[in-house]
Design a protein. Sequence first.
Length: 409
Amino acid sequence: MDSHGRSALAADGKTFRTRGISRRVNQITISAIKEMPLLASRIGGCVSLGQGIPSFPTPEHIREAVCRVIREDAHSGKYTLGPGMPELRQAVAAHLFEDRGIAADPDRELCITVGAMEGLCAAVLTVVDRGDEVILPSPNYASHIEQVLLAEGIPVFVPLRKADWGLDVDAIREAITPRTRAIVICNPHNPTGANFARKDLEALISLALERDIFIISDETYDFLVYDGKTCFNMSSVAELKENLIAVFSFSKKYAMTGWRAGCVYASEGVLDHIMKVHDAVAIAAPTVSQHAALAALRGPQNCVDEVRSALESRRNLVCERLDRMKDFFDYVKPAGAYYLMARFKAPGVDSMTFALRLMKEARVITIPGAAFGPGGEQHIRISFGGADSEISEACDRIERWLSTNPFGS
Ligand SMILES: Cc1ncc(COP(=O)(O)O)c(C=O)c1O
């Protein structure tokens, strides 16, 4: 475990060159979410409960719309304006208004980004100086840590409540210092599947306003809540606007992970600065991907319901399977997103050892909980984005492996 709470993967014993490499890049790492499949590819024959790529193809009407644009518009290969195509920003603004009552100005308050990831990174680089602190309720999405480190900020991990993975607002309050610049909140939550309680999020908003710190709201899974429930989006709260940077994604909602389209919403005064980072690193999001995003917003929305209902049934499947292994795992049932943190009952075994052995001996990819900050130790993250058959096969293998008593009695 390093000083930032990460358990860096040994990357097969590779040592990295440090000479000539900046301090800021030397101290970051490729997240274990991406490293585990890489290691697995060298082993061969693994099934994955690892990376968060859902099994669904991009809906046909989106792919068709892009083919049409490429065929008919000779200029579709050119850069768009930096903040993105005006018609796409208008469509996003209309969507945000209908969905959440957010009155975002498409010309001044929205920027289309290269996935949510670029938006999040630009947001952090915009508000964090060297030595500034950023609060990450932990366990947390691994890349949030690296983005803070890239800005030479200090991630401050505040544990989520273990019993339900809820936000501990009192603990967050205590963690705030004069150097605190932002709190990163992802709801519904990766890696735990939590859907944070509205009262906790409202308390957090009051806290952010009282202490004048930013909330960077990662809304990648805002559409994905189960059991007929919804989630409370902090971006809907008008009073927070000057202290909010909200980041949306097309990746999971429209099965568009590879298109790399996302969007940042912030007040004009803040977005003006985010745009400078966006210009320096991306110029503009890919034009074809912006057309895909536009087709997604303009097209039928039943594809979103289909994704949600398939993932809800996969959530149920994975929970049933884990219940059969309850001598070995416990977990909090996910209310949203498509991940859960399974706590393994193997005293003295850390999550990296557990996940590597599971991969080498049972040929199942999971992500060691330590990759998600200190709150993730003693867990593995299981993604149920894969097809039912994949989930069943992976659980069969885990069951068989456990029956060999891999950690002794
Ligand atoms: C919490 C979270 N934020 C951001 C991202 C990145 O999203 P995008 O593909 O839009 O860059 C992911 C992807 O898995 C995620 O889980």
